[in-house]
Design a protein around this ligand. Sequence first.
Ligand code: ACO
Length: 428
Amino acid sequence: MENDATLTIGENAYALNIIEGTESEKAVDISSLRKQSKFITFDDGYGNTGSCESSVTFIDGDKGILRYRGFDIADLATSSNFLETSYLVIYGELPSANELDLFKERVYKFAKLPDEVISAIHAQPKNSHPMGVLAAGLQSLGGAYPHYCTNDRKADLDCFDESAALIISTVRTIAATRHRFLLNEGVPESNPTASYCQNFLSMMFGNDSSSEDIPASVINALDLIFLLHADHEQNCSTSTCRMIASGGANPFASLAGGVSALWGPLHGGANMAVIKMLNQIHDAGDDGSRFIESAKQGKTRLMGFGHRVYRNYDPRAKILKSACDDALEALGVSSPILEIARRLEEEALKDPYFVERKLYPNVDFYSGIILQALGFPTDMFTVLFAIGRTPGWLAHWKEIAETGKKIHRPRQIYQGSPLRPYSALEKR
Ligand code: ACO
């Protein structure tokens, strides 16, 4: 829509365009504002700012809707699997049988890491966090495949099919290599007849490449967690990845940045924080009510609750809540912290503090409980989020590489010291 908005500042009126998305989301396009008025807009934390037009994921946070490429998350969770959904997220369409076979073949081809990447993973300080190792591992991987990692957009796009499959395949191998190295163990070879998650579980916990003894329910639960994390539009880590890509950096560097951004406890690190919180509540003999009170007083946060975009139940949390019950039953695991989680959710959903602020469980509230039951160490939970988010980061890298014209470069309002003279050291 041309010039359909007017911004009045003092006595001056500025005509601005309105942009409308395919789901009727509307934005005032302020890209001409600074030129017209010398004003910029200010939006600390970007809660009201659209940073791009994108065709990957649609979220309606008020209604609790999440769609990848137009497909509802609940339909994908029921009918698809992680690799098919990865293809959809990256390429925009569900694959034909032939396209899916080719994609899987590429992913399987790359399951093994080059020796120099294995050495780089082994060389990380022993107390490095698995997220730090994953970021370093991705950067090393780029070094091992320099022709996929040129920082020349056209060249990087030309080999994107290969580099995307390489990254999707090896994020799990990097994670498993680090885990097994700390146990003084090697990673079993992947089995070409086993599924992506079956192979990953065998790399993590198996003795050889035979992964037949892993129950289907365990494999499916992990696959579902990955699928539900595959993309989530312009969140902190994806925006970071896009920002890096906007400068022309290759996919390996862009995704390593995404991994670092995901690490924080307010973002991907929340799944670890939820388990720590539930264990603390359990160890303190609290039924959850004391913790809820301290969250209401602002002394702590109920981790796994609240979301910048969802002001309703996170649709992924709904799916994971029932998957959590199924997985724990299939594994024959009884989890006292699951009981605490259920009670916290029940109490919070009827407490005016949480109701008024529209704080609902997010995807991290139940995912950690499943991952713990599957046997993953707590400090690897965020790595599992990163493995799931890999196709989304790749899709956004591709979108920027294909359509992005400008380097991303926000402005600021400077609130520092005015100009002052430099004083020599001895005079300070
Ligand atoms: N527990 C208690 N109070 C909360 C919580 C929470 N989990 N989340 C928000 N609030 C309160 C805030 O204290 C604030 O209260 P006030 O208005 O009285 O000051 C109000 O709700 C709004 O909070 P904001 O921080 O402004 O909300 P924002 O949209 O910026 O934050 C966030 C979203 C970071 C996810 C926040 O809800 C949070 O910290 N949640 C816990 C961490 C978490 O689960 N993160 C995972 C997010 S999902 C993901 O990244 C995959």
